[in-house]
Design a protein around this ligand. Structure first.
Ligand SMILES: NC(=O)c1ccc[n+]([C@@H]2O[C@H](COP(=O)([O-])OP(=O)(O)OC[C@H]3O[C@@H](n4cnc5c(N)ncnc54)[C@H](OP(=O)(O)O)[C@@H]3O)[C@@H](O)[C@H]2O)c1
Length: 275
C-alpha cells in the first residue's frame, strides 16, 4: 500500500450525488463535525431540503470549474456514472482518492476514467446509514495510501461501521447480505404482520406488534454480546410456543434454505449488473 505524506485533518471532499445515500453521508459528516468549508456538493437536481441544508452550512452546491479534491465521492445512480465521470475526472489530481458507493460498478470500470495509478475505493453501504447505523464494506485498489484509507474511515464511519474486504468480487455477497438485507428485514415484518392478521388480529394491531418485535429484537441484538443463536435459545423453552414455530422455520425446507436461495439470487444479480 502506498504511503501519502498527508494529514487526515482538513481534507477536501467533492460529493457527487446528494440523493438518499449521498444525503445520508453528508448529514453524517456534518454531525461528526467535518468542516463544511471542506465540502463541495455536485447534484444536478437539489431537493428543497438539501438546498436548505447546503445554505444553512454555507456549502458550495455547484461544480467547481477547476479544483483538485482529496476525495471525490461517487454517490449517483450507477446508470448516471459514465456521464458523471466524464465531468468529474478533470477534478482529480495525483493525490485524489475516488470513493464509489455505486452498486455494480467495478474498480476497473471506474479507473478507465482517471489517470493510471489513481487511488480508488469501492464501497457498499446500506440503508440504516440514514440513522448512523449502517454497515459499509469497502475494497481498495493497490494505489490507496494509509492516509486515504483514513479519509475513507472518517467519511464512512460517519454513517455507521466500516469493514474492509480484500477481494473485490466479495462485494456481490456483501451486496446480497448487508446492501439488500434491510429489505429482507422489512419483508419479514410484513410477513409477521400478515400472519398476525391470519390469526384474527386487526391489521393495525398486527402491524404494531410485528414492527415493535422486529425493532426491539434488533436493538437487543445490537446491545447484546450473545450470538443470535444464543439469544434464540434463551427464549425457546422445550415444547413451548416458540419451539413449535421454530420447528417449522428450522425445518429442512425452512427459513435457512429460503434465505440461501434469496441471497444467492441477489448475489447472482449483483454479478450480472457488474458484468
Ligand atoms: N440507497 C441505498 O440503500 C444504497 C445502498 C448501497 C449503495 N447505494 C448506491 O448509492 C448510489 C446512490 O443511490 P441513492 O439511493 O442515494 O440514489 P438517489 O437517491 O437516486 O441519488 C442519486 C443522486 O445522484 C444524482 N445525480 C445524477 N447524475 C449525477 C451527476 N452527473 N453528478 C452528480 N449527481 C448526479 C441524482 O440526481 P437525479 O435524481 O436528478 O438524477 C440523485 O439525486 C447508487 O449508486 C447506489 O447503487 C445505495
Amino acid at each position: 500500500m502506498k504511503q501519502a505524506p498527508q494529514d487526515t485533518k482538513g481534507f477536501t471532499v467533492l460529493l457527487a450525488g446528494a440523493g438518499r445515500m449521498g444525503g445520508a453521508m453528508l448529514r453524517g459528516w456534518l454531525a461528526s463535525c467535518m468542516p463544511p468549508s471542506n465540502i463541495v456538493v455536485q447534484e444536478p437536481h437539489l431537493t428543497a431540503d438539501m438546498a436548505a441544508l447546503l445554505a444553512q452550512h454555507g456549502i458550495q452546491g455547484r461544480m467547481p470549474e477547476s479544483a483538485s479534491f482529496d476525495v471525490i465521492v461517487l454517490a449517483m445512480k450507477p446508470q448516471a456514472m459514465p456521464e458523471a465521470l466524464g465531468q468529474l475526472s478533470p477534478l482529480a489530481g495525483p493525490q485524489t482518492l475516488v470513493l464509489s458507493i455505486a452498486a455494480g460498478r467495478t474498480i476497473a470500470s471506474i479507473a478507465e476514467h482517471f489517470h493510471p495509478g489513481t487511488a480508488i475505493i469501492r464501497a457498499m453501504p446500506n440503508l440504516p446509514a440514514e440513522i448512523g447505523l449502517g454497515i459499509t464494506a469497502a475494497c481498495a485498489n493497490p494505489y490507496v495510501s494509509v492516509t486515504q484509507q483514513q479519509f475513507c474511515k472518517i467519511l464512512l464511519g460517519a454513517i455507521g461501521e466500516l469493514v474492509w474486504i480484500a477481494e473485490e468480487n466479495h462485494i456481490d455477497a456483501v451486496t446480497a447480505i448487508s446492501g439488500s438485507g434491510p429489505a429482507y428485514v422489512f419483508h419479514l415484518t410484513e410477513c409477521l404482520t400478515a400472519a398476525g392478521e391470519a390469526q384474527g388480529l386487526d391489521a393495525a394491531l398486527a402491524g404494531k406488534l410485528a414492527r415493535a418485535t422486529v425493532t426491539g429484537s434488533a436493538e437487543l441484538l445490537r446491545q447484546s454480546l450473545a450470538t443470535p443463536g444464543a439469544l434464540r435459545e434463551n427464549v425457546t423453552s422445550p415444547s413451548g410456543t416458540t419451539a413449535a414455530a421454530l420447528e417449522v422455520l428450522m425445518a429442512e425446507d425452512g427459513l435457512a434454505s429460503l434465505m440461501q436461495r434469496a441471497v444467492s439470487a441477489a448475489a447472482a444479480r449483483s454479478r450480472q449488473l457488474s458484468g
